[in-house]
Write a protein that binds this ligand. Structure first.
Ligand code: SF4
Ligand code: SF4
Length: 312
């Protein structure tokens, strides 16, 4: 089996595929001053799977995470598709999806899957940044790169820089500590400005939604990303279900991997935005329960603001 055939196998399951040498990837990481572990397998396959843009507004009873979480958990979807392809390829491999020490964006830009946008995402000529990325190191000799030549770039555009509420993006790069998507997925007390900035139950879509390189409509929906109904999270479930019950009810959703308490804390910020005081008693009850300090501190300050609103 040669690299061309391997690429064809992957193209039956993924929207974009690029193959480069592991050596080139490791060198590129060095150039980007990114420290990654050495890998012995000589060939690197980078895959992309498109996910559609779908906007579902929050209501007074249901809150919404970023649309990349809609449908089944992409970590599981990509892993399953990768192992299905590799079941036909007789070589040892290491498959990586998110949460690993490598840099899939460096790998994706090297493999021609897209260019590095100022919004810090890989932008594909057709799918824009609406792609999940995965990497596979395969123990097959590397012969030649199989990649598209990508000459596109952001150019003079700075729409995402201007649109980012906490000014996490700039021409010089990215300040992760300011990014909403970073702090609303971290187990921490939220500051007053973070409470004001947060606008989703999980993640932040702004720098993708404003990007002119992204498709305006959904191009296609892979069956695993069909809506399941669990995209809309009932506020009552957040405050009344135990962690285990919540995981059962919202099983297979990508927002679950950080646990329910992060969603509860983020939900508080959205209730404050909505001036929605209907859940004040449930928040009070949660403060008597066994939740971590970072949740209780944020909940205490938001609850006092919600109580003021209720008393007006
Ligand atoms: S995810 Fe949101 S906060 Fe983070 S860089 Fe993009 S627009 Fe800014
Ligand atoms: S909005 Fe403009 S600057 Fe930002 S990633 Fe898209 S093309 Fe690049």
């Amino acid at each position: 089996m040669n690299l061309q055939q391997i690429q064809e196998h992957f193209l039956t399951m993924f929207d974009s595929v690029g193959i480069v040498s592991t050596k080139d990837y490791l060198e590129s990481c060095k150039l980007h001053q990114k420290s990654v572990p050495n890998v012995e397998y000589p060939t690197l396959v980078v895959v992309g799977l498109h996910y559609p843009k779908r906007i579902i507004p929050s209501t007074n009873t249901y809150l919404l995470p970023s649309f990349y979480t809609f449908g089944s958990d992409y970590h599981l979807v990509l892993r399953k598709r990768m192992s299905e392809v590799m079941s036909k390829i007789p070589y040892d491999y290491i498959a990586l999806v998110d949460n690993h020490p490598h840099d899939e964006r460096i790998a994706a830009s090297l493999s021609g899957i897209g260019f590095f946008g100022k919004n810090q995402l890989i932008i594909h000529p057709r799918y824009g940044s609406y792609q999940f990325l995965g990497m596979l190191f395969i123990n097959i000799p590397f012969t030649q790169p199989l990649r598209s030549i990508n000459t596109d770039s952001c150019g003079d555009c700075h729409i995402c820089i201007d649109a980012c509420p906490p000014k996490a993006l700039s021409e010089q790069g990215y300040n992760v500590d300011r990014c909403i998507s970073n702090f609303n997925q971290s187990k921490q007390v939220l500051s007053d400005s973070q409470i004001k900035q947060n606008h989703l139950l999980f993640g932040c879509d702004i720098c993708q939604l404003v990007c002119p390189k992204n498709p305006k409509v959904s191009l296609h929906v892979h069956p695993e990303f069909n809506l399941s109904g669990k995209e809309q999270v009932a506020i009552e479930d957040l405050f009344t279900l135990s962690a285990r019950e919540f995981e059962r009810t919202y099983s297979n959703m990508a927002y679950l991997w950080k646990g329910k308490t992060i969603l509860m804390r983020n939900a508080l910020t959205l209730l404050l935005r909505q001036k929605n005081v209907s859940y004040n008693t449930m928040i009070e009850t949660s403060l008597q329960q066994d939740y971590p300090l970072w949740y209780k501190k944020t909940a205490t300050s938001i609850l006092s603001l919600l109580q003021e609103i209720a008393n007006q």
